[in-house]
Design a binder for this molecule. Structure first.
Ligand SMILES: Cc1ncc(COP(=O)(O)O)c(C=O)c1O
Length: 352
């Protein structure tokens, strides 16, 4: 059976051209700072984001963790969204391993956090409270691109309170594409930014952490401490350089396929598409079929050759990526409709 895998844009495999770039990579020992491909990638990336320097890291999780470790001391606090990757999906490592206290503000329907609520979370200078050091946000957030205007207000608020800012831009290039701006427009003013190569950009691994030279120097020390120093890693950096060169330019296809999928499913009974989140390469939907849980629905789709992500309790996520064309979208929509139909037959059978 031909399987369509929409669980994440991380499932992409490197293209032949990307593999060729990896094969031909010039390499050196990156712990000594001697890998020319890594050095070039760090420079290009920092330049694209309007920052002084970059640090190639193993993953988005590591990039976020290093940023927090660098900006914030043990016993100090960061403000993050309650739906953010840092808070929800990194095992709370900044707290459990880094001794950093996370103060949480709800992410609203549009992905932003209310600036008023953030301000209320900034602790007063009082012995009862962990000192607040940083505010972090995510762009895109669950597929939603967050506007340049909001990011500016976010940074302005941090500056007013002398706080650092970190941007988790795992899918920053998707955000910039959806908002028709440059990535640097969305990163202006942030003290640090991380973005991922291994998602829509299709590399086997790798993320980039960017910031000032002084920040990157410290983050580099932390990277070594957490075992993130790699050696002839130019073989992966070459894939990332290829991705910046070629894969960013094809992201519009992913946005088009996601939009097409959301449109096809919009009026289907039994599911509700979250249109607000269908602005980049993601489609989120709720399953409202009596007697069928989200997990069961995902299982049924899986049996038909469609893999999607169950995010509970009745919510599923589909992410479009390299290799998914409008043909796969047609098949995806057909499978979903077929499974819903089979559920309703079962429930009618149950009534009799
Ligand atoms: C918003 C966001 N931040 C960070 C990460 C972590 O990236 P990685 O899986 O490379 O650790 C992800 C991964 O999906 C993500 O979606």
């Amino acid at each position: 059976m031909n399987v369509i895998d929409l669980r994440s844009d991380t499932v992409t495999k490197p293209s032949e051209e990307m593999r060729k770039a990896m094969y031909n990579a010039e390499v050196g020992d990156d712990v000594f700072g001697e890998d020319p491909t890594v050095n070039r990638l760090q420079e290009i990336s920092a330049q694209k984001l309007g920052k002084e320097a970059g640090l190639f890291v193993q993953s988005g999780t590591q990039g976020n963790f290093l940023a927090l470790l660098t900006h914030i001391g043990r016993g100090e606090a960061a403000i993050v969204g309650n739906g953010s990757h840092i808070y929800e999906h990194e095992q709370g490592s900044s707290s459990t391993l880094g001794g950093i206290y996370l103060r949480v503000v709800p992410n609203q329907e549009d992905g932003t956090m209310s600036l008023k609520e953030i301000e209320l979370e900034i602790a007063p200078d009082d012995d009862h409270y962990a000192r607040t050091k940083l505010m972090a946000m995510e762009n895109t957030f669950n597929g939603i691109p967050i506007s340049e205007a909001y990011t500016k207000d976010f940074v302005r608020l941090a500056t007013k309170h002398s706080l650092k800012t970190h941007l988790d831009g795992a899918r920053l290039f998707n955000a910039a594409l959806a908002l028709n701006c440059k990535p640097a427009d969305l990163t202006a003013g942030f003290d640090s930014v991380q973005f991922c190569f291994s998602k829509g950009l299709g590399t086997p691994a790798g993320s980039m952490l960017c910031g000032s030279k002084a920040f990157i120097k410290e983050a580099r020390r932390w990277r070594k401490a957490v075992g993130g120093g790699m050696r002839q890693i130019g073989v992966i950096a070459a894939a990332c350089e290829y991705a910046l060169d070629k894969m960013v330019a094809r992201l519009p296809e992913d946005h088009e396929t996601a939009r097409a999928l959301a449109d096809k499913l919009e009026d289907v009974d039994g599911i509700t598409v979250n249109k607000n989140r269908a602005q980049t390469n993601m489609v989120w939907l709720d399953v409202n079929i009596e007697g069928v849980s989200g997990v069961q629905f995902v299982d049924m789709l899986d049996k038909e050759g469609l893999k999607v992500l169950d995010l509970g309790p009745n919510t599923i996520r589909m992410v479009t990526h390299y290799g998914i064309t409008l043909r796969e979208i047609d098949t995806t929509s057909d499978i979903i409709k077929k499974v819903i139909k089979s559920c309703s037959k079962k429930s009618v059978a149950g009534v009799h």
